[in-house]
Design a protein around this ligand. Structure first.
Ligand SMILES: NC(=O)c1ccc[n+]([C@@H]2O[C@H](COP(=O)([O-])OP(=O)(O)OC[C@H]3O[C@@H](n4cnc5c(N)ncnc54)[C@H](OP(=O)(O)O)[C@@H]3O)[C@@H](O)[C@H]2O)c1
Length: 242
C-alpha cells in the first residue's frame, strides 16, 4: 500500500488532496499546525470508509526547522510528499517586516527543503517517489501587494526544477501544481466580497478554482505511471495570468 505525507492536510487544498488519495487507496500522514480538529475528524471519516489503510496525524510548526527529526521519526515507509501548507501577507513590499519574510521563507521553502533532505532515502526506497508542491501562479507571473509571497512561490518552482534533475535516477519526480485563485479560507479570510468578485471577473474560466480542481492534478502527479514528468510547474488557473 502506498503512503503519502500531506503537509498542510488541515488546509482546504490539503483536505481535498487527502480525500482523493484516501479514496484512491493511499495510507496517509496528515500534518496540521493549529487545526488538529480538522485532521482528527477527517481521520475518523477515513478510518470508517477505508479500514485497511492507515491514517496518522502529525503536528508541526513549519517556521521551526529544529525538530524535524522528531517529525521524520514518525514516518515509516513513504512514497509521496505533498507540500500544501502556506499563508500570505497582502500589502506593499516596502511595508513588509523581516518577521513576515522569515515566516514566508520558512513555511514555503526552507523547512520543506530541510525535510526533503531527511526523507529522500525513503522516497528513493519506494522506487516511485513523488514530491509535489502547491505553488502559485504568482510564482510565475508575480503580483503587486504579494511580492514576498510571489518570490517564495517562484523559488518553489526553481527548487523543483533543480532537485528533479538530482533525484530522477532514484525514480523520484518533483513537480509543482500552481493554482490561480482558489475558494479557500486563505482568500476568504483576507479579502472582502467586492475584491473577490473583481478577481473572478479577471478569470477567463469565470470562476475561482475549487480545492478539487487542484487536488485532481496532485493525484495525477503522484501516480506510479506519472514517472516521466518531472521538474515542471503546472499552472491550474482557469486561464488567469498565464
Ligand atoms: N487559496 C488560493 O487561492 C491559493 C492560490 C495559490 C496557491 N495557494 C497555495 O496553496 C497552499 C494551501 O493553501 P490553502 O488555500 O489550502 O490555505 P488554507 O486553507 O489557509 O491552509 C493553510 C495550511 O497551511 C498550514 N500552515 C499555516 N501556517 C503554518 C505553519 N506555521 N506551520 C505549519 N503549517 C502551517 C495550515 O495549518 P493549520 O490550519 O493546521 O494551522 C493549513 O494546513 C498554500 O501553499 C498556498 O500558498 C493557494
Amino acid at each position: 500500500m502506498r503512503a503519502a505525507l500531506i503537509v498542510g492536510a488541515s488546509g482546504d487544498i490539503g483536505q481535498a488532496v487527502a480525500k482523493k488519495l484516501a479514496h484512491d487507496g493511499w495510507s496517509l500522514y496528515l500534518h496540521y499546525f493549529e487545526h488538529e480538529q480538522v485532521v482528527t475528524s477527517q481521520i475518523a471519516t477515513f478510518q470508517a470508509a477505508y479500514p485497511n489503510q492507515d491514517f496518522i496525524p502529525l503536528q508541526y510548526d513549519l517556521t521551526d526547522d529544529r525538530h524535524l527529526d522528531d517529525l521524520t521519526a514518525q514516518l515509516f515507509s513513504l512514497d509521496a510528499v505533498i507540500f500544501a501548507a502556506g499563508m500570505t501577507y497582502y500589502h506593499l513590499f516596502k511595508d513588509t517586516t523581516v518577521s513576515e519574510l522569515t515566516t514566508l521563507m520558512r513555511v514555503h521553502l526552507l523547512t520543506p527543503m530541510a525535510l526533503l533532505t531527511k526523507i529522500e532515502h525513503k522516497l528513493a526506497q519506494s522506487g516511485h517517489g513523488r514530491v509535489v508542491f502547491i505553488g502559485s501562479v504568482y510564482g510565475g507571473a508575480g503580483s503587486a501587494m504579494e511580492v514576498a509571497y510571489s518570490t517564495v512561490k517562484g523559488a518553489q518552482s526553481a527548487f523543483a526544477k533543480a532537485y528533479a534533475q538530482e533525484v530522477a535516477s532514484l525514480g523520484i519526480t518533483v513537480n509543482v501544481v500552481a493554482p490561480g485563485a482558489v475558494t479557500t479560507k486563505m482568500n476568504t479570510k483576507m479579502f472582502d466580497q467586492a475584491t473577490l468578485t473583481k478577481v473572478r471577473e479577471e478569470i477567463p474560466a469565470a470562476r475561482f478554482a475549487t480545492p478539487q480542481d487542484i487536488s485532481y492534478y496532485v493525484t495525477m502527479l503522484v501516480a506510479k505511471d506519472a514517472a516521466y514528468l518531472t521538474g515542471q510547474t503546472l499552472y491550474v488557473t482557469g486561464g488567469w495570468r498565464i
